[in-house]
Write a protein that binds this ligand. Structure first.
Ligand code: ZN
Length: 176
């Protein structure tokens, strides 16, 4: 008997995957040797990247635990919340360089935002004025984020780079 309104098959899937995560963590603690790290990233880097599962930021850039702040969201867009995190990163934890990473085949490429809002409104009975950051031109989207971070009055004037990750080759292309 399922008490909530969730589908039984979904519950079974969630439970299995979540249990696997906890088991993996148990293994992780056995060789964990990073307890001496401080909160300030060793490389001085703050990275803003899309949440896409195919983009492993640490692997693609050769970063290890403790090296960089990695701020991720759908699209790798420089939203207000990304700016908030970067202010903390710069002012309290000393980072002094930013890298923005978009990627080919992004889920936000060409999304029909009106259609998505309509669908959510129909399902929930509530209409909200939320933007999703969709774009038609990947490089232009990266460029917009880079420009916002270069010019935001509360961010330091540090180097800001724009990269595009190719999900088919793993290569990063410098676009800004
Ligand atoms: Zn993406």
């Amino acid at each position: 008997m399922v008490a909530s309104g969730r589908r039984p098959d979904r519950l079974a899937t969630d439970g299995g995957e979540f249990a696997r995560l906890l088991a993996e963590n148990e293994r992780y603690t056995e060789s964990f040797d990073r307890s001496a790290l401080t909160p300030a990233p060793l490389s001085g880097l703050a990275i803003v990247a899309c949440m896409d599962a195919r983009l492993d930021v640490e692997e693609a850039l050769g970063l290890r635990t403790g090296d960089a702040h990695i701020i991720r969201n759908a699209g790798g867009i420089a939203t207000d919340d990304v700016v908030r995190s970067l202010i903390v990163s710069q002012q309290l934890l000393g980072t002094d360089e930013i890298v923005v990473i978009g990627h080919t085949g992004c889920g936000l490429l060409g999304v029909d935002e009106d259609g998505l809002r309509d669908r959510l409104a129909a399902a929930s009975g509530r209409r909200l004025d939320i933007g999703f950051g969709s774009f038609d031109d990947l490089e232009a989207s990266v460029h917009r984020s880079v420009e916002r971070l270069r010019t935001h009055p509360w961010l330091k004037r540090v180097p800001v780079h724009g990269l595009v990750f190719d999900v088919t080759t793993g290569r990063l292309l410098e676009v800004d």
